[in-house]
Design a protein around this ligand. Structure first.
Ligand code: ZN
Length: 62
């Protein structure tokens, strides 16, 4: 199973962690590397939108 974002083979494919369902017709496979980047990206956006101390701490930890 390949990651739809970086196109690398997903080593330990697990539908819980690696399968993102968008809707009935769309779903993607995503490796942990890419989902980690997504989380960091979303965290960065949240820290910009909600520049609270708590959010900044959460983002700085990673
Ligand atoms: Zn990937």
């Amino acid at each position: 199973m390949k990651c739809n974002l970086c196109e690398k083979e997903i080593a330990k494919y697990n539908t819980i962690f690696n399968h993102l369902i968008i809707d009935d017709n769309h779903s993607i496979n995503i490796c942990l590397d890419c989902s980690d980047k997504f989380i960091k990206w979303q965290g960065k956006i949240c820290s910009i939108i909600f520049p609270t101390k708590a959010m900044k701490k959460m983002y700085e930890k990673k």
